[in-house]
Each structure stands twice: as C-alpha cells, then as structure tokens.
Design a protein around this ligand. Structure first.
Ligand code: GYE
Length: 348
C-alpha cells in the first residue's frame, strides 16, 4: 500500500513539472552599465605604416644615355656604371645610339618595367618629351635630367643636374676675344653639335654674346654632330671656299680635332694661323694643347653620376630639390706652364 502511494506522489510531481514551461538557463541578470563618468577607453587608431625610407640598395635606376659619340660621353657612361657599383644600386643602362626615337622608346620601356623605381635621362634634344614625362608621372616614377636640359615641363621632372652651357659658350667667346685681340680681321667658324641638343643651342648663344661684343664675326656655322670625321669634313668644305679665317670654335673637343686635321692638310698651322677653342676638356684636348694644336678648352664635367644618384635617392624619399643643380667647371690653356701636371691629374 505504502509503495503504491509513493509511486503516485512521484508520478504526480513529474506530471506537474512537465506542464511548467521549461526552465531555461537564465542569462546573467542585466545590470545597468554604470553611468559614463570616466573618459571612454580610446580604441587603438589604425596608424599608417611608416613611409619607406629608400636606400641605394633598394634602388633600381633606368638610365637613358645618348649614345657613345666621344670622349666626354665615354667618361660620363663610366661615371654612371662605376658609381652604381660603388653605391650598390641596380643600374639598367639603355644606349639610345644618338637616335631620339630610340631614346623615347627606351623611356617608355622603363616606365613599363616594374623593376625600375626612378628614371634618369641625358636627353638627346630639348623637345619631344611631354608624353613620356606625363606617363612617368602617372606611373609614380620620378625623372632626373642629367647632363642636358629640356624645354619646359619643369613640373614633370625632379631636377636637372648639368652644366650651364650658355656660360660655357660665353667663356669660349671671351677666350677667342683674347686670342684675336689686335687682329686686323676676326672671322670665326663654328662647328655645332647635333641640332636640337641643349649644349648645341646654348653654347652657340653664349659664344655670340661675348664674341660679338669684341668685334668677332661668326662667318660660318654648321653641325658636325660632335664628331671628328664630320668636324674635318665641314672644315675642309669651308677651306675650299676661303682661307680667310682667324679662329675656329668647336662646340666639343672632337669637332675641333677634325678641324685641326683639315687645317694641317690645307697648309695652315692650327693654334697659330687659326686660333682653336673647344669645349669638354677631355684627355684628347689636353694632348692637343700639349702638342701645340689647340689653344683653349672649356671644361664640361662628365663625372655627374654621384650627384645624379644622390638626387634620385632624395626624390624617392620625397625630398624637394632645386630645378637645376649646375656642375662646376674651369678653363684650360695651351700656354699654362703647369699644363703637363694638370693633364696627368685628370680623371678623363
Ligand atoms: O659636350 C659632347 C657630347 O652633352 C655636354 O655631348 C654633353 C655634350 C659634350 O657629345 O662632347
């Protein structure tokens, strides 16, 4: 009897429990958040990654060289290749073979090359660069001009590192005035670099500023494309027309060397019968002065790479540079008593 009663009690309690809603695990009672009395904890702000600091070891340079037209260019190319090795930067060298279309194509190639970080150019001519400069800017690749300037578009390149060619021309004109001082006649012939090149345009401009001021007349002026062969050919043609010339201005050493050969073959004594002035001051010019066939050479420094690479690195690190960093230069004379020692100490 007693067992039956206990069973009924358990059964009843089971029935009563089953009807009750299920007792779910209650969530912890919600306690009102305390009133915001202290400053809320600042969530960490996502800070930008620090800007990359470039080093030479990171840098790949695309360098567009004009070609290999003479001693100055050989020294300039050597400067870029040797300095790249010394600094540990990666140099991609493009020889434009003195062809403007090739240089523009090479420029575009460096813009599209993902390895190239910065483009350096020695422009063959002062014009023809607008589109590639805009494309380089769009690609985020800084452009540095080395050796030669271009017309305009200063906002599309970082800086130009190179000589003041107008001043080089002025120096040559001043020296020709000195050499022809007291001469009854002052007829001068000019051998010009490649048409459209900044040094050809500017040296001619500067020469006339000072030469014409002392009564010199530039009787003949023609391109000889920086070369010995063309310098000789052009001078020979002029000599067939007249030998009434007192001075020859070669806008670079090689063209002056060609003129010297032509004068000798025409029976004239270079640097005596006809005064000769050139620009560049390469080893060949020092030898010609030591031989007594060249009166003066105006220096144009080709060893630009250290300055140019420094500017390229600065550009990658976001530094602002002056639009022109002129290279420093001198003038050298056949009559200098220390000429032999000076020549021995030259790097090119
Ligand atoms: O005078 C000449 C070379 O750009 C300054 O180019 C350079 C000139 C240099 O061909 O020899």
């Amino acid at each position: 009897m007693f067992k039956k009663l206990a069973f009924l009690i358990v059964l009843a309690s089971m029935i009563l429990t089953a009807c009750q809603p299920a007792v779910v695990a209650t969530e912890a009672p919600v306690v009102d958040a305390p009133a915001a009395t202290e400053a809320p904890v600042e969530a960490p702000v996502a800070t930008e990654a620090p800007a990359k600091v470039w080093t030479y070891a990171d840098m790949t340079v695309g360098f567009l060289q004009t070609g290999s037209e003479g001693g100055w260019r050989a020294a300039n190319t050597a400067s870029f290749k040797e300095t790249a090795e010394q600094l540990g930067l990666n140099l991609k060298f493009y020889d434009s073979q003195n062809d403007l279309a090739k240089q523009v194509a090479g420029f575009q190639q460096f813009i599209e090359d993902p390895e190239v970080d910065v483009i350096i150019m020695s422009p063959l001519e002062v014009t023809g660069w607008e589109q590639v400069l805009k494309d380089a800017a769009a690609a985020g690749k800084p452009v540095i001009l080395s050796d030669r300037r271009i017309d305009g578009f200063e906002d599309l390149y970082v800086t130009f590192i190179g000589a003041d060619f107008v001043e080089e021309g002025r120096k040559a004109g001043t020296e020709m005035c000195k050499l022809l001082e007291g001469s009854e006649k002052k007829n001068v012939w000019e051998l010009v670099g490649n048409v459209g090149a900044a040094p050809a345009i500017d040296r001619g401009k500067g020469f006339r500023e000072t030469a014409e001021a002392c009564g010199i007349t530039v009787v003949n002026s023609q391109t000889a494309n920086w070369s010995v062969v063309e310098g000789k050919q052009v001078t020979e043609a002029w000599l067939k027309e007249s030998k009434d010339v007192q001075g020859i201005f070669g806008q670079n050493d090689e063209m002056a060397f060609g003129a010297i050969e032509a004068l000798k073959e025409a029976g004239l004594v270079p640097a005596v019968d006809v005064k000769i002035i050139s620009v560049d001051a390469t080893a060949g010019a020092f030898q010609a002065m030591l031989d007594g066939t060249l009166n003066v050479t105006v220096e144009c420094n080709p060893l630009l790479a250290p300055q140019v690479y420094e500017a390229a690195l600065a550009a990658l690190n976001g530094e602002t540079l002056p639009k022109w960093i002129p290279s420093q230069e001198s003038v050298f004379y056949m009559v200098d008593p220390n000429l032999k020692d000076i020549a021995a100490g030259r790097k090119y």
